[in-house]
Structures are given as structure tokens and as C-alpha cells.
Write a protein that binds this ligand. Structure first.
Ligand code: MLT
Length: 410
């Protein structure tokens, strides 16, 4: 008999954003004329930068000529893109990264989900709470999460609450952990850590021999000084952290798919039977076996993000979204809500009035003002009583959604 991976069977219900899509679809079926405004999933709406689409057109032309046609690309990604990444994202911030430490992929979500392949089931995993659901769900699939408790927590996962009460700054774990997921600027709360706060985590990991999986997908939205764009700005991080980056939000690639992961060559992990494993070599082996790389056209598109025009045009889109974020923040505050995030990230996190349950508030927003948000509890137990809105919509929709909030008897 075929035996299934029990991890999959123990996952409750649907993936968060699939569940929201299902609820919205059933609402739409009952109310086909409803003018819904989507501020749930963080999906971009601005078209790609012209520099990017020009590069894609050129790359398509390359593919139509025998001399420039490309089949399988280099396993880790094309050198032309890796070079640009290193120069722009790291060297300019005083960080040295070697070309064979960068792995181009189809996005941060896949890499954050797949990285678990490298780690034994026995590892103890810590997540900030609320948290991007991929980190927890992929550990459930990998057999590291244990069982789901009534509280909504998995008994083998250590949850580090991030709430208004602690300023969304997680405390260091009280018991030893092996793998720590950090995402800053944070999805979902839109808040972030200053350099000295992130340093505490790097110091902790170095001392405890833990590994930090650092999701920096939203670094392009940072507007304040002293907020690290990369964990490698912190001394010692190259000995204890893997960093995940994405072009999805910074350059509008949610539909194109491209990101990259930095796995420093000096990070090792133990094994009871085989001595130490080098994570860079293991990730290379994993990717070479299970992944055939990102298309040439896509990597050319990503390269263009770093051209002068590409940088300017992508920055214009980021500014556009952050103007939406300011509109959302101001409006929600003006109606008396407690509002967080939206300054260094495109997400606005707010407390439901009277700390009402998140799914109940989601339903009310949907049925009473036809605005779709994401229930905070969908990101973890500490998200209960909060909602998340995204700034990735059009300005017009954002303004209309906020006017609905203003005239709503919350
Ligand atoms: C979100 O809404 O949290 C993100 O869009 C999800 C993702 O990036 O996969």
C-alpha cells in the first residue's frame, strides 16, 4: 500500500490565501454585482518597468536565433545576473558575497519552502508569530512541526510572539532552537527591526549554533535609516544565516517569478552519521537534482532591474505603493484604529476594534464594505484580533476602499 507523508494530512484546511480566495469566490457567486476591492494577498498591480520588458523582448529575440539561443542555463543562474546582484545588493552595502554563494530561483516562496529538504526532522524550529504561513506549513510537511494544538500552535514549533505589546520585536527563545525563521521588514505586520535588534539574533545564533533563515523579500520598501537591508550587514551573519531575496515585490515579478538565495560557503550543519554537511554544497546538490533553473528571458528581465532606468522605474513603482500605504495608514488612524507597519513595508497591520476575532472582521469587511483583507490569525495565533491590508492595489482602489472605511460604522 502506498503510504502518504503524514505531514500533508495533518495540515489543516487550505493554504491561507487559497482559503481567502475560496471565501471571496463564494461571496461573488451570491453577489455577482459586488464591487470588491482586493487588499488581501500581496500581489502587485503596476506593470513591469519598461527597462524590464525591453530586456525581455531582446531576450526573446536571442532565443529565436541559433547563435544566441539558450538551452539549459548554468545550474545556479547566469553569471550576468549573479554579478549584478552581488554588486548592487551587497558590495554597495559593504558586504562581500562570492558568485557561488548566490542561487537564482523562481522566487523566495519556493526557496523558503524547499530549504527544509536540507534539515533533519529532529531540528527544533522557531518562528515569529504571526508569520508568513509557508515557514510553518513547509515544516509540517517536513515532519518537524509535531501535532496541531487547540491553540493553533504546533507542539514542536517555538512561537515568538510579535504583538503591539512588545512593539513587534520578538524576544530571544527561552529554550534552545536550531532553526530560526526571521522576515524583516515583516510580512505580515509590516514592522521591522533596527540593526541593533537584528544583531541580537545574529549573536544568539552564533552562540547557540543555530541557523537563521532570513527572508528579506521586502527590503526594497525600507525608508528609514538604521534598518538593515540584508542580514549580512550584521557582523558574523555569514557564519549563521541564509538570506532569501525576491524580485516579486521590488520589481513586480509575482507573475514572472525570480528570486535568489544566498548560502554562505562557511555554514555547516551536523549529522550523527556523516560528520558535518556544508549547506552551500548541499543546497547546490538539492537544486541541481530537483530544479532546472529560471528561464533565460526571466533572468535577463531581472538583470534589467539593476540598470539605471530599471532601478528608477522600479523605484517609481515602490514609491507608488508606499503612497498607498500612507493613505491607508492615515485613514485607518483617522477612524480610530490602532495601526502598524506601512512605513518600511507595503503591509498595514491593524487591530480590529474591540480586538474582535480576525475571521469575523474579515467577513464583516467583505459583506459590509466589500473590501478584502487578510485575517491576522491566518498568520498565527498571535495575529488573532488583527487584520492585514496590502498597499499593492491601484491608487484609485485604495482611495475608494479607504472612503468606505471612513463612512463605515465599524
Ligand atoms: C502575501 O500576501 O503574504 C504574499 O503575497 C504571499 C507571497 O509572497 O507568497
Amino acid at each position: 500500500m502506498v503510504l502518504v507523508n503524514n505531514g500533508f494530512l495533518s495540515l489543516p484546511g487550505n493554504y491561507l490565501f487559497s482559503e481567502i480566495a475560496r471565501k471571496v469566490e463564494s461571496y461573488k457567486n451570491l453577489h455577482p454585482d459586488a464591487d470588491l476591492i482586493r487588499m488581501g494577498i500581496g500581489d502587485v498591480t503596476r506593470p513591469l518597468a519598461k527597462a524590464v520588458t525591453d530586456a525581455m523582448h531582446e531576450a526573446v529575440s536571442d532565443m529565436s536565433v541559433a547563435e544566441t539561443f539558450k538551452g539549459y542555463g548554468p545550474e545556479q543562474g547566469y553569471g550576468f545576473l549573479i554579478e549584478k546582484i552581488i554588486e548592487n545588493d551587497f558590495v554597495q552595502r559593504g558586504i562581500e558575497i562570492a558568485p557561488d554563494e548566490v542561487f537564482i530561483s523562481d522566487g523566495c516562496k519556493s526557496d523558503m519552502g524547499n530549504i527544509g529538504d536540507l534539515f533533519a526532522r529532529e531540528n527544533t524550529v522557531a518562528v515569529t508569530d504571526p508569520v508568513y504561513p509557508v515557514y510553518v506549513d513547509s515544516n509540517v510537511m517536513g515532519g518537524r512541526a509535531g501535532s496541531l494544538l487547540k491553540s493553533g500552535k504546533w507542539n514542536n514549533i517555538i512561537y515568538l510572539p510579535c504583538t503591539a505589546e512588545n512593539g513587534f520585536i520578538p524576544d530571544l527563545p527561552e529554550s534552545p532552537v536550531d532553526i530560526i525563521y526571521l522576515c524583516f521588514p515583516n510580512n505580515p505586520t509590516g514592522t521591522t527591526l533596527k540593526k541593533n535588534e537584528l544583531k541580537k539574533w545574529v549573536d544568539y545564533a552564533l552562540e547557540a549554533g543555530s541557523l537563521i533563515l532570513f527572508d528579506a523579500a521586502y527590503e526594497a520598501f525600507i525608508s528609514e535609516e538604521d534598518v538593515p537591508h540584508s542580514i549580512y550587514e550584521i557582523e558574523g551573519a555569514k557564519n549563521c544565516a541564509i538570506e532569501f531575496r525576491s524580485f516579486s515585490k521590488s520589481a513586480g515579478f509575482t507573475g514572472i517569478r525570480c528570486g535568489y538565495t544566498v548560502v554562505p560557503k562557511n555554514i555547516t550543519a551536523g549529522s550523527a552519521s556523516h560528520g558535518k554537511g556544508n549547506l552551500n554544497s548541499l543546497w547546490r546538490r538539492r537544486q541541481a537534482t530537483k530544479f532546472n533553473g529560471v528561464s533565460y528571458v526571466t533572468q535577463k528581465a531581472a538583470e534589467a532591474v539593476y540598470s539605471d532606468e530599471g532601478r528608477k522605474q522600479c523605484k517609481d513603482n515602490i514609491d507608488y505603493y508606499m503612497e498607498n500605504a500612507a493613505i491607508i495608514r492615515d485613514c485607518l488612524k483617522s477612524v480610530g484604529l490602532e495601526v502598524f507597519g506601512g512605513i518600511n513595508a507595503p503591509y498595514i497591520w491593524f487591530r480590529t476594534p474591540g480586538k474582535r476575532d480576525s475571521w469575523g472582521f474579515f467577513e464583516r469587511m467583505l459583506s459590509e464594505i466589500q473590501v478584502i483583507g487578510t485575517p491576522g490569525v491566518g498568520f498565527g495565533p498571535s495575529g488573532e484580533g488583527y487584520m492585514r491590508l496590502t498597499a499593492f492595489g491601484s491608487k484609485e482602489d485604495t482611495v475608494v476602499a479607504m472612503s468606505r472605511f471612513k463612512s463605515w460604522n465599524i
